[in-house]
Design a binder for this molecule. Sequence first.
Ligand SMILES: *[C@@H]1O[C@H](CO)[C@@H](O)[C@H](O)[C@H]1NC(C)=O
Ligand SMILES: *[C@@H]1O[C@H](CO)[C@@H](O)[C@H](O)[C@H]1NC(C)=O
Ligand SMILES: *[C@@H]1O[C@H](CO)[C@@H](O)[C@H](O)[C@H]1NC(C)=O
Ligand SMILES: *[C@@H]1O[C@H](CO)[C@@H](O)[C@H](O)[C@H]1NC(C)=O
Ligand SMILES: *[C@@H]1O[C@H](CO)[C@@H](O)[C@H](O)[C@H]1NC(C)=O
Ligand SMILES: *[C@@H]1O[C@H](CO)[C@@H](O)[C@H](O)[C@H]1NC(C)=O
Length: 430
Amino acid sequence: MLAGKLSFLLGICSLAVGTILQNGQVRITNYPDTKINISSYDFRTYDADATELSYKGRWDSKKISWWSAPGLVFGFTGQTVAITFGEHTINSTLIGYRIAGLDWTFTNVTAGATHLLVSPETPGVNETQPINPLTFELRVTNWEYGVQIDKVHVGAGESLVKIPAYNRTIEFIGDSLSAGMYTSYEGLSSFAYGVGAGLGDTEYSVIAFPGICVSDQNCWGHARGQVHQWFYTSDMSSRALSIYGDEPEQWDFSKQETTPNIVVINLGTNDNNAHNNVTTATYVDAYTKLIEGVHGKYPKAQVIVMQLWMGFSRTGNSYTQDLGYEQELKDIVAYFNSDEYLSAPKTWDGTTNTTATLDAPSEKFVHYFSTRGILQHNDIGPQFHPTDVGAIKVASHLSQFIKLTFGWDLVATGPEIFHDTTYWNDEMYY
Ligand SMILES: *[C@@H]1O[C@H](CO)[C@@H](O)[C@H](O)[C@H]1NC(C)=O
Ligand SMILES: *[C@@H]1O[C@H](CO)[C@@H](O)[C@H](O)[C@H]1NC(C)=O
Ligand SMILES: *[C@@H]1O[C@H](CO)[C@@H](O)[C@H](O)[C@H]1NC(C)=O
Ligand SMILES: *[C@@H]1O[C@H](CO)[C@@H](O)[C@H](O)[C@H]1NC(C)=O
Ligand SMILES: *[C@@H]1O[C@H](CO)[C@@H](O)[C@H](O)[C@H]1NC(C)=O
Ligand SMILES: *[C@@H]1O[C@H](CO)[C@@H](O)[C@H](O)[C@H]1NC(C)=O
């Protein structure tokens, strides 16, 4: 039963950029064309490895973006920012970008082209309060597409300014549900982004890719699972395979700008699909090793295991939620909180496929987040993924769970998080 229903979770998408259908209607995507001819501008130009540039999420040594909602953040003086995108950019990739705390705007970018993203006409560009220096942020919306940063330009005589990282960091490890598949702005509408950005003053990365299993076996055509791929810079996209084949760059955890304090895992929906032939024993083993891997790389991080929501079925005269690996996930959490584990904590290294036992005992670090009662059947769209509203509900509850469990205050008190979600009623009597 699940197999037919969930076959849309696969997330094998072609690289052809097509029309977006939204609730059955063509979505208007007349985003501004920001491409310019650089020879008509007088710029100061920085290379992609300039120390003032802060890359968020995973970017490789060639400054190519991977996974969901990877970002670039920097401060600048003057009124101009332009970016030249490298040859490994997928043409038409949609990016969201903004200055300081103003709303996201969107544009499609092109390989080899220079795009003018901030100009003297950009609203807010001359304001110096409350955010100073003026910051620029870019995020890639789609996981299968991606960009390569080649050069960053500011006005002649102006400069880039390094923006220090926030001291709270959260990382998500997931599949299409965390990557934002089938939400309006994909990565920028996902529940993972909603938590990461929505907590405020928090660094976040979303290591999620549609169709991926935690088990290291072929799921929906993706050769490797997160128990392996999380240790690598690139994801399971055809773009990654075309550049790196089966020899992707290992992710250098020691070079991360900040170390996650919290890691949220939502994996198993694809393992649970009969199509992928994952046994329960394989799932439990892979999930356990992934947590051991996180504990090895980030020994101080708290890990949140999310209960899976598998969608809803019409049953008789109502709806019921389908669950997956219900007891297995609880057992995994119990194992990490048991004396057996805490007296001899293990770490796993997916690049060498080895397990090590830590000498020092561990503190408890694995938590269970129940998603029961957050989503109802109409929060899941016809493509079996949360709607924008569904994603916001999950993000809101998970943010509150993090506040209550770890004492992280919610400090995003104004700037937009989710774009295009302002639904309202203008009429008092209708
Ligand atoms: C850019 O401008 C220069 C100088 O005006 C011109 O020679 C060149 O052909 C232009 N390039 C494109 C792609 O239009
Ligand atoms: C991407 O767009 C550029 C500029 O229009 C073009 O030269 C290039 O061939 C395109 N790349 C692909 C793969 O279509
Ligand atoms: C811009 O990106 C959106 C989302 O991928 C796509 O639907 C649209 O066709 C693109 N527009 C252009 C002009 O490439
Ligand atoms: C910013 O100031 C410049 C003058 O330096 C002016 O030309 C421009 O219109 C101003 N931009 C905005 C958005 O107010
Ligand atoms: C971040 O810094 C604030 C203020 O110094 C401090 O209260 C908080 O505990 C820090 N948070 C983390 C996760 O280190
Ligand atoms: C799953 O197993 C069945 C039966 O052994 C096989 O026919 C099918 O090809 C397998 N599917 C995948 C995706 O490996």
